[in-house]
Design a protein around this ligand. Structure first.
Ligand code: NAD
Ligand code: MG
Length: 307
């Protein structure tokens, strides 16, 4: 590495051959609660999105990406990685998440890439039309769509299921994915890619996440079916299924607060994952390196075997 490189201070990166069971072992989940949609800035300990560690290799040079939920958590790690791989990146988030979004926008720009900040509630049909139009106008096109925004709120007793919460989960996780994908496809051509964030919940539904898990099953089905329809046109659709990852989603009633301290202990690695550990899977699926990967779900879950 040359002496002037901005990576001089990096002692650890995604290519370090350390023990994966001990990676991030100094970061233990701590009990806490935030109001929806939460903020990465308030997460304790802070999550790792690859700010100091993700090294790009030009795999997305010149590509134009739109990432929902790109302000925090997994979407933020993907945004940073895409920029370091050479892509210009638009991110969508809720207005309440502006501070997180501005931080990620700054990191994208510090790579010399364009960052476009597009607040908007995905539960409204008009938002997805506007997101696609604004992305195309600001970046000059759209080749990568990452449907990553999600709503997860636990509900203990199905008989008392809150139907407003059900509507929120279905609209955010399913309707918005259909709308945004439809609108984006009008602007995408051969070589474009769509990547959906599903979950280990699509295989092992938690009894207190029935609505959420149902949407994640559906995202897997959506991914496979749409992939079959679009493959011959040269547009690939795939998914990533994270396991327990340290993000604001988990402390905004994604699970009961008393469970947070054990978060990730049930994986084979015995620890929670960090958002940065998801980014390479999205980079792979967005890049032409995965040209023969179609309708697949990559599981990144610390060892929670799936069918
Ligand atoms: P996160 O809270 O950082 O990201 C979720 C994002 O969804 C928020 O930042 C917010 O911008 C967006 N969002 C929610 N409702 C929205 C709405 N109505 N309109 C617009 N945006 C909205 O948490 P995360 O864990 O990084 O979540 C990203 C994805 O990963 C989600 O789809 C989630 O289901 C999935 N996932 C997370 C885990 C985990 O353990 N953290 C595990 C499996 C899957
Ligand atoms: Mg957020």
């Amino acid at each position: 590495m040359d002496a002037d490189s901005k990576e001089d201070n990096v002692t650890f990166n995604q290519l370090s051959f350390d023990n994966p069971a001990e990676r991030f072992s100094d970061m233990k989940p701590q009990a806490q609660h935030q109001r929806f949609p939460g903020s990465d800035a308030d997460l304790t300990p802070p999550a790792d999105h690859g700010e100091t560690s993700y090294r790009g290799t030009g795999r997305l040079t010149g590509r134009k990406a739109l990432i929902t939920g790109g302000d925090s958590g997994i979407g933020a790690a993907v945004a940073i990685a895409f920029a370091r791989e050479g892509a210009d990146v638009a991110i969508n988030y809720l207005e309440a998440e502006r501070a997180d979004a501005e931080r990620i926008g700054g990191l994208i720009e510090s790579e010399g890439r364009k960052a476009v900040l597009l607040p908007g509630d995905l539960r409204e049909r008009e938002t997805s039309r506007r997101l696609v139009a604004d992305t195309v106008e600001a970046l000059g096109g759209l080749d990568i769509l990452v449907n990553n925004a999600g709503n997860q709120v636990y509900q203990k007793d199905f008989r008392e299921f809150d139907e407003e919460e059900l509507d929120k989960t279905l609209r955010t996780n399913i309707d918005a994915m259909f709308w945004l994908t439809k609108d984006a496809l009008a602007r995408m051509g051969p070589g474009s890619t769509i990547i959906n964030t599903t979950s280990v919940q699509a295989y092992k539904p938690s009894p207190i996440l029935i609505d959420y898990a149902s949407t994640k099953y559906a995202i897997n089905g959506f991914t496979k079916g749409l992939a079959m329809q679009l493959a011959a046109e040269g547009i690939r659709v795939n998914a990533v299924a994270p396991g327990p990852i340290w993000t604001p989603l988990q402390v905004t009633e994604g699970q009961p607060p008393e469970k947070v301290e054990q978060f990730g202990e049930n994986t084979a690695l015995g620890r929670m994952g960090q958002p940065v550990e998801l980014a390479p899977a999205y980079v792979f699926l967005a890049s032409p390196e995965s040209s023969y990967v179609v309708g697949e779900t990559i599981n990144v879950n610390g060892g929670l075997p799936t069918p």
